[in-house]
Each structure stands twice: as structure tokens, then as C-alpha cells.
Design a protein around this ligand. Structure first.
Ligand SMILES: *[C@@H]1O[C@H](CO)[C@@H](O)[C@H](O)[C@H]1NC(C)=O
Ligand SMILES: *[C@@H]1O[C@H](CO)[C@@H](O)[C@H](O)[C@H]1NC(C)=O
Ligand SMILES: *[C@@H]1O[C@H](CO)[C@@H](O)[C@H](O)[C@H]1NC(C)=O
Ligand SMILES: *[C@@H]1O[C@H](CO)[C@@H](O)[C@H](O)[C@H]1NC(C)=O
Ligand SMILES: *[C@@H]1O[C@H](CO)[C@@H](O)[C@H](O)[C@H]1NC(C)=O
Length: 373
């Protein structure tokens, strides 16, 4: 073998190594190594980060006072309210500062009888009064579903928010109590007795991190303070909503093909073309970053004003025949957050439609503009 072809071979190897490691290098650089990074009790549980912290995993300064969570023996994310005990957290929305909670022992109506949010940073967003009745087992033929976990062999417990049902039950049964329930915003249907089991929606007012989060930032405590917060900017790439990530994935496909072409050339030893290929990869990447696009959609506060609902385990849909989000084309699953456009009542995954509305001021299905003003 000639000396020339030998040096050509080592050049090839160096090149191939470069192409092999370059993408990994990028991933390593963009990954953050913060101590207060988000954590979860198990796969599928809510992601926990500031203002919340998981007691066993995050340092005290990673959370805000009153936002301590822990993982129970079943890997549920648990919040202990000062006056009402333990609740499992099913979802946290850091932008709207909402949490969805339930009873870790699956008898939420029982917990509602003693729910007292005072002393906690949380309040309900929408309240609805429910009246609970204790009826003898003779009255089993009501239109309402009984609350199974509160009922016994000889008696059945019902709850209703409906005036007529309440006055009927009042004439037959013993009143237990009327409770103000911090329900989720239910746009589609009246709240029935059986809905008393679905998650409660609570919101925190302080610390105010929603704006920071919605701009892709992360909130944290100022280094010398236990209550003052600051917004730290992280790479916007991490905070991207689902829709934008799809766009990025598609966009990344083109550079990936170029990368493969580059690799092929590398194997063939057509070294000269690398510089050009590399440059076009870089150019493509900068073209698909979200900063570059100018967009005219709705602002976050308008989007936030549209009704949102979280699907329960029963997955009772606003429109039963419409079980697929027409933006991401995936089926709605329990615990997912849906948002509807008030003007036409079309609904979508909240994260899908939010991203869409930020870029387009019209419903993706009927093209009606929700923002008539
Ligand atoms: C909780 O999660 C851990 C790992 O994160 C797993 O090993 C364990 O089996 C889980 N426990 C339950 C009850 O799911
Ligand atoms: C909630 O708890 C606080 C503190 O224990 C008490 O002062 C308040 O009266 C309670 N509220 C209700 C509605 O019971
Ligand atoms: C309902 O009434 C029965 C007696 O009729 C009583 O034993 C039971 O504890 C009551 N249940 C509730 C939830 O008040
Ligand atoms: C934090 O407080 C200490 C004294 O309490 C002070 O010496 C230090 O400069 C402060 N650091 C910052 C960043 O404010
Ligand atoms: C960081 O966030 C602040 C708002 O908290 C914003 O004004 C600033 O432009 C951001 N900086 C960068 C580099 O994105």
C-alpha cells in the first residue's frame, strides 16, 4: 500500500469518528446538569420541579415553601395539605399554575366533606356546590349514581348539584352536608354525582412563575432568599410544546439525510465534500429554530381563557364520536388535558391547540376565527 492511500485511510477514520460523535456531542452540550432539574415519582407521574420539589430527591432550595411533595409506596405523587391531609397529584401545569388532585385512596367525596384549603398556597378555580344525602337502601332507584365508597349495606349516599334532585332527596333522605367543590372547568356537561370522583382543580397564585414558564424559562429561588424568585432562561428547545417539536423533528429529518449522505461520502473517501455538507447541515438547523419564524396568532391570555378540561379515567369525551385530536391525530387518553374553542366547540389536546393558536388565530377544523374582536 502506498503512503498516500494510508494517510487517506486515517483521514477517513477520523472523519467517520467525527460524524459518529458529532451528534452525541451536541446532545451532551444541550443537556442541562442542574441539581434542581425535574423529577417524577415514576413513569407517567407528574414532572416535579420548582415551585414544587420532591422531598427525598430535591434540596430544600429547589422548592418554594408549601410546595413539598413526596412519593408514596405506590409511587403516587403526594401533596399534604395542612388542614386536609394527603392528596395525590395527577397533573401539574406550570404555565397556568394549575394542579389536578385526587384522593390517593380513591374516595374523593369522603375527602370533600373535610376539605379545607386554608393554610395552603392553593385555591379552587371554579367552585360548585354539591349536597350529599344518606338514604336508606330502599331508595335505590334514583337516576343518580350512588357514591359507592361512602355507601354501606343498609344505606346509600348520593350527591347532587341539581336543584330538583336535591329537593327530591331532601324529602326522602338525611342531609349529610353541602360542600363547595373546586371542580375542573366543565364546559360540556352539567356536573353529576358521579363526577365527584374526578380530579379537583386547584391553582396557586404565588410564586408567579407562569409567565416565565410560558416564555420557555424556568423559575428558581434567588440564591439568598427563601421567597424571592427569578426567571432563568434555559435553551428554548427544552421548553418547546409538542407541536413545535413535531415541526423540529420533520425539520431535523432533512439534516439527518444530509448527514447520512456525508457519511456515505466519508466511506467512499470523497473527503472534499464534507465541508460543504456540514455547512448545509448547520444552515438547515438554524433555519428550523423557532426564533426565525414570525407568527401572528393569539396571545397566551386569550388562549388561556378558553375552557380546558382534564379527561377522567372513564375518558368521557365532550363529543363521544370525536375521540381523536385532529392536530396530532392521536387518541385522547385519561388524564390528558383538552381545550375547546368556545365559538365552534371543537376540541383538541390543550398543548396541541395552544401551539396552533399561538401561530394561527383560527380553529384548525372549521377555520372560524375564535377572536372576533
Ligand atoms: C416504584 O418505582 C420503582 C422505580 O421507579 C419501581 O422499582 C417500583 O416497583 C415501583 N413501585 C410500585 C408499587 O409501582
Ligand atoms: C379551615 O381551617 C382553618 C384553620 O384550621 C380554620 O380557621 C377555618 O375555620 C377552617 N375552615 C372551614 C371552612 O372549616
Ligand atoms: C348513613 O346513615 C347510616 C345509618 O342510617 C350511618 O350508619 C352511616 O354512617 C351514614 N353514612 C354517612 C356517610 O353519613
Ligand atoms: C448572601 O448573604 C450573605 C450574608 O448573609 C452575603 O455575604 C452574600 O453576599 C449574599 N449573596 C448574594 C448573592 O446576595
Ligand atoms: C431571558 O428572560 C428574560 C425574561 O425573564 C427576557 O427578557 C430575556 O430576553 C431572556 N434572555 C434570553 C437570552 O432569552
Amino acid at each position: 500500500m502506498s503512503k498516500n492511500s494510508k494517510s487517506m485511510d486515517s483521514y477517513k477514520i477520523v472523519c467517520c469518528l467525527f460524524f459518529f460523535f458529532f451528534p452525541q456531542f451536541l446532545i451532551t452540550v444541550s443537556g442541562s446538569t442542574e441539581i434542581c432539574s425535574s423529577s417524577a415519582c415514576s413513569w407517567g407521574e407528574a414532572k416535579v420541579r420548582f415551585p414544587f420539589r420532591l422531598k427525598n430527591r430535591h434540596l430544600r432550595q429547589c422548592g418554594y415553601p408549601g410546595f413539598d411533595l413526596f412519593c408514596d409506596s405506590l409511587n403516587q405523587t403526594v401533596l399534604e395539605l395542612p388542614n386536609s391531609g394527603k392528596f395525590s397529584i395527577h397533573a401539574i401545569d406550570y404555565e397556568t399554575q394549575n394542579i389536578w388532585i385526587n384522593d390517593p385512596e380513591y374516595c374523593l367525596p369522603k375527602r370533600l366533606l373535610t376539605l379545607n384549603l386554608s393554610g395552603s398556597p392553593f385555591t379552587g378555580v371554579f367552585y360548585q356546590d354539591f349536597t350529599l344525602f344518606n338514604c336508606t337502601s330502599d331508595y335505590k332507584r334514583y337516576q343518580l349514581d350512588p357514591i359507592a365508597c361512602l355507601s354501606g349495606e343498609k344505606y346509600t349516599v348520593f350527591a347532587s348539584s341539581d336543584e330538583r334532585a336535591i329537593s327530591f332527596l331532601a324529602s326522602k333522605c338525611n342531609l349529610i352536608a353541602t360542600v363547595a367543590v373546586p371542580v375542573q372547568w366543565t364546559f360540556f356537561e352539567p356536573v353529576m354525582s358521579s363526577d365527584l370522583g374526578s380530579d379537583l382543580l386547584l391553582r396557586w397564585a404565588a410564586p408567579l412563575c407562569g409567565r416565565c414558564e410560558s416564555r420557555g424559562g424556568r423559575c428558581r429561588l434567588k440564591s439568598n432568599s427563601s421567597t424571592e424568585i427569578e426567571c432563568s432562561n434555559v435553551s428554548r428547545r427544552h421548553g418547546l410544546p409538542r407541536g413545535a417539536r413535531y415541526a423540529m423533528t420533520v425539520g431535523a429529518g432533512v439534516p439527518a439525510i444530509l448527514f447520512l449522505v456525508g457519511l456515505l461520502c466519508c466511506v467512499c473517501g470523497r473527503v472534499k465534500r464534507y465541508g460543504m455538507q456540514r455547512r448545509s447541515v448547520v444552515e438547515f438547523t438554524s433555519m428550523v429554530t423557532p426564533h426565525a419564524t414570525t407568527i401572528s396568532g393569539l396571545d397566551n391570555s386569550t388562549i388561556e381563557s378558553y375552557p380546558k378540561t382534564v379527561l377522567g379515567e372513564s375518558r368521557r369525551l365532550p363529543k363521544p364520536d370525536d375521540s381523536i385530536c385532529s392536530i396530532c391525530l392521536s387518541e385522547y387518553r385519561p388524564k390528558e388535558t383538552l381545550r375547546s374553542i368556545p365559538e365552534c366547540q371543537h376540541c383538541f389536546h390543550a398543548e396541541c391547540i395552544d401551539e396552533w393558536l399561538r401561530m394561527n388565530a383560527s380553529c384548525p377544523i372549521c377555520r372560524n376565527s375564535p377572536n372576533s374582536s
